[in-house]
Ligand binder design. Sequence first.
Ligand code: GDP
Ligand code: IMO
Ligand code: MG
Length: 444
Amino acid sequence: MANSVVLGMQWGDEGKGKIVDLLCVAFDAVVRFQGGNNAGHTVKFGDRHFALHFIPSGVIHDDKKCLLGNGMVIDPDALFDEVEGLRAAGVQPDDRLFISDRAHLILPAHRALDRAREEARGAAMIGTTAKGIGPAYESKASRAGLRMCDLRASDLDQRVARLLDRIGNELAGYGEPRPDVAEETERCRAWAERLEPHLRNSSYLVNEWIAGGDSVLFEGAQGALLDIDHGTYPYVTSSNTSVGGVASGSGVAPSSIDGVIGVLKAYTTRVGGGPFITELLDETGTFLQDRGNEFGTTTGRRRRCGWLDTVVARYSRMINGVDSIALTKLDVLDTLDEIEICTGYRIGGEVRREVPSTLDELATAEPVYRTLPGWKTETVGILDYDDLPQAARDYVDVIEEEVDTPVGLVSTGPRREETILRRGGRLNDLTGGRLEAVLAGRGG
Ligand code: GDP
Ligand code: IMO
Ligand code: MG
């Protein structure tokens, strides 16, 4: 039995969905603890393809319980659409989908505000997903937000009015219409009816699961550098995407968490604005976009691409206590002659190995690269680590050395079956001694 966390070590889209889907055979429940439908998590196996936004990637396995934790922000209409999509694909989530009654609601007005603010920022726009995430977390922090359990309140109309009054004032400042309180209250009432069977006082629920012997996998969204505290502020999302968010966003104590699996893409991508030290604006960047199919799962935007940055990975390892790295998309590098790996930043004539706090320092940082030979061999679908070409194993060795963390899993394709699991590492502990079951579930 083990309770483990899967989270992104870069700027999101590292392949968390794939890793959660693969590992969750060793767990009884999968829990999301932050974010909302800004996330886009892809799961592929055989000829099946799923894109999940709110619902944990474990949902595809019909024996897994799924919880949307209290740290999330939820747009019920988008959630219902996701449930419908799953049903249409033959997945029946209903009786194993639980939603925290303390999770906050994203209202249409939050989405309108997200869009209006981005437009007003012009060139300095964050490049948000426009799902209303930032404004919903702001309502929460300002203590004006609506939680799932507030949908049952007898004075729901007054609560909706208070919230929309504040948002309406700001929207009006941008020349946008004020939301209609009566209409929005009606919308909330309709939501309440559909949501009610799923709502739980979820901190108790998840702790009961653990006390009863269940293993829980916590599924992070976004990545460490998008964390509101630890990321490249203000070019971040509005939640704690790093491991601290697990405790606050689900109600389990840190002592209940046995370990952390950090998902690291073999190169770097970022969607939206903000610093990106190893970004490639040349044909190699375009090559990574095309070969890596780097288009947003949520917004369809082209992802910015660049070399792997181990300054970022070391920082992520530190703030998250990553025990084992799941290295993804190694296959995307298969045809390159040479591969660069960033090991430090040159800032003002000095080489630094830490991520600076200020945008000004980040703006002047130049990557310091170590150049490695490519392997120029197809790795897609290799199942045994020893079958990887020597130069690919050397690349993994450099990552382990620079990040000071073992690589327990190497992904060489989008599908569940295109994954190498290394025996003898921490991954067996992190899956509660069930690595063989994970290997069996991988197939291939
Ligand atoms: P997430 O947000 O971290 O779950 O990642 P996304 O699903 O948004 O983006 C990862 C993309 O890469 C998806 O299209 C996956 O199907 C794909 N992917 C995941 N792992 C691999 C891999 O090892 N190789 C390749 N070629 N694609 C992968
Ligand atoms: P997954 O879980 C990549 C980025 C947005 C923007 C910033 C703020 O699929 O890895 P927001 O809408 O959250 O206020 O946008 O964060 N962003 C992501 N980038 N993957 C994600 O999720 C992201 N979720 C948000 O592009 O730069
Ligand atoms: Mg994604």
